[in-house]
Design a protein around this ligand. Sequence first.
Ligand code: COA
Length: 304
Amino acid sequence: MRWLEHGDREGFGHVRSRVYRGGGAVGIDENLLREDSDGLVIVHPEGGIVGAATVLDMTYSRHGHPHRNAGIAAVGVLPEWRGRGAGTALMNGLLDRLREREFEIATLFPFRDRWYARFGFVTHGVRYEIKAESSRLPMAPSDLELRELGRGNWHEIAPVLEAWAHRYDGINRRTPDQWWRVLGGDTPLAVYGAGDPLEAYAVVRLVGDFWVPQEIKEFLWTSERGYRALLGLFRGLAMNKSHVVWPEPADSPYLSEHFDRPVEVKLIGPAMYRLVNEVDHEHARVATRAWLGDPARCGNIEQF
Ligand SMILES: CC(C)(COP(=O)(O)OP(=O)(O)OC[C@H]1O[C@@H](n2cnc3c(N)ncnc32)[C@H](O)[C@@H]1OP(=O)(O)O)[C@@H](O)C(=O)NCCC(=O)NCCS
């Protein structure tokens, strides 16, 4: 188990292709690891690279303070090598490597919580997905002006995220490159904001079809009038759509102020966390729960 080395690209790319792309090719010039990321590989003496994972350098906000957080992504073992201990060795080796690099906490969005619980990870945080019929969205007037922002304006949005990170735990202070990725990467998303300076913003993948749901990918606010201004935007956006679907934290203003049946509310797959320093997995679970504290404070908005 080791960090990716020069010459591992083919094996690393092969795992990515077989586990995450349904066998689809990895381009010769494709950047598999952006500047915040590093790769790990598990090597078998006969099989070569049989598994891999990606580690993203991030932060986790706790009571407003950033802690060094390893975002764990693309954990995978080649299908023909599964069930023989490679995945276990990968996870244990990964935690050792994270300790060496002095990460404080690790985060992942699991395929199956129970598998990661074996390695000391705990499920934590509350984020709701609200799905409301567009015609039932509240008329919620606000005196703030709405505007569309180009994604080059991420520095205008960043203070809203910063304020959010003082209200909720689990937030990553994004680097410019991470903003680029969150705002759509190669296929940019639309960003709408309210107020100057901004008091709320929403990140949206606009859909062209009629009578389908319109999803809002990210929605943050610093004031009640900012929140209301964006709800007004959602209503306009979804004029010819069936529903609007958007995320809110545990103390959702929609649920307390604007709830109007019929509406569907569900818990969006919470993330899993683990304090890196604890070696024993059982102890790690107990210590991590104590460190994380109140799940309702944790918004875990990052999907990487
Ligand atoms: C998950 C994965 C990495 C595990 O790799 P692996 O080499 O098969 O793992 P191991 O052989 O070390 O461990 C398998 C063990 O996990 C158990 N296990 C497998 N899937 C499980 C699940 N969904 N829930 C709980 N336990 C599970 C097996 O029963 C086995 O238990 P045992 O050690 O008591 O026999 C591999 O199956 C994989 O690549 N899956 C597809 C990609 C994926 O879903 N990645 C995670 C994305 S977040």
